[in-house]
Design a protein around this ligand. Sequence first.
Ligand SMILES: [Zn+2]
Length: 509
Amino acid sequence: MRQKKYSVVWLFLLAFSLIWFSPALGAEAKNVILLIGDGMGPEPVGLAIYYNRFMNGMEKRLNMERLMAVGNTGYCLTYQYGTVVTDSASAATALASGVKTRDAIIGKDHDGRPMKTITDIAHQLGKSTGLISNTRITHATPAAFYAHIIHRDMENEIASQLIERGDLNVAFSGGARHFIPAGTKVEDHPDLKGVDKKAGWGRSGRKDGRDLIQEAKSKGYAIVANERELSALEAKDKDKVLGLFSASEFASAIDRQPQQQTGVPMLSQLTEKALEILKKNPRGFFLMVEGGQIDTAAHRNDVAGVLHEMLEFDRAIGVVMAFAESNPDTLVVLTADHDTGGVAIAYSNYQPPAPLKLSNGETWKTKHNFAEKVIFEKMARQKKSFQKMVEDSKWNAAALKKEIGENTAFAITEEQAASLLAKDPQTGFPVPRDYSDFYSSDEKTPTALMGRLFGKETNTAWAAGTHTHTPVMVIANGPAAENFRGLLDNVDIPQIIARGWGETLPAPK
Ligand SMILES: [Zn+2]
């Protein structure tokens, strides 16, 4: 009898200590920040980590490594409804609504039913919400957090849905062309005059006369269009801000290195301002930050381009981590929608190192080149994206030879340049002849051939110009972050976040 009493006491103590010491119980994430690297498979993550160590010192750590060190790391399957490989729209729908769908569909399940998003749940709970991307706010990843549409290419309708719902507190990205009346230009719009010419001017993409910027203002939005306007914005008296910084997507990070371009904020600057605005809500917030152009550079098989996008995204991760350190009720989840390109740093037979006399008198010899620091030094010397070099050459072989000579560590002949630009008679595009099925219409430019031509110089090999099946990393820190351990499925991510808030996904809208 007496023993039984004791065991009851012990049971109480045990239960109490479990509640006390387990962060999962009783700890709710007031704020959730979801970081999505578009196309950021483990390969680009490894590329950025090695670059940083070989170039800056073996003891150096990226912000994403610091997040791995303090948080929980898992792997995530990215397949979409019925297929092995995913599209960005279906992947984003999985990450926003916790449901698998068909490629190109946004915010709807495979039968076209509109689904509730994690953004909707945040609003229900009285939290603020924000979306940031260096692509377009109407692009697949951000769109899945507010829009419901059968095809991702319907970006005018996606823009209309954003303003019609009018409940997002922060939307920072490009894509201004989808918000202005048909027949007008971004640079002529009274509220977008600040858009920098180099950031991207351009004509409206709309078919109707709607001025969504005007409609946004009537719904209480402040509008910002460049870095200066963003930094001048007083977060304390603004609760709704629409920032559109270019007509289409931002220029690639490699093409807007500080010495070349001003006016477009870095992802880290956008993140910092968004946090200032969102953190005012005593009930907390949900923020999604997309490093959206890792994918673009990988589609083009431009390894230095991928590296710049990774480092740009990593700086934004640093801002988020600093915020989460001083606001421990913040859950940070870093993942990717899928891998793009299957990039590999591989050993090769090209220029193996010379034999080496070791101190014990033996001679060490190798047949292979296992990639020394010099590959990163070559990547670092690239000053423009492959795509921009092609554009700036205006598809002229002599001009492309010059562009490559001036902006990379490589020299090519005019004949080689001509072969890069030559169109395959069968496909009509300059893509690898043996592999053109793995380059989608958007990537049918000479960049994949450039990736191949220079590949041996940087030990870089590419699997494809499209997305791959490779599982992606999930790294989480903050309240209940241990739920992101092990092998997950992309639909688990918003489901876990929703559950942490006492809600359920997937759910019909
Ligand atoms: Zn893609």
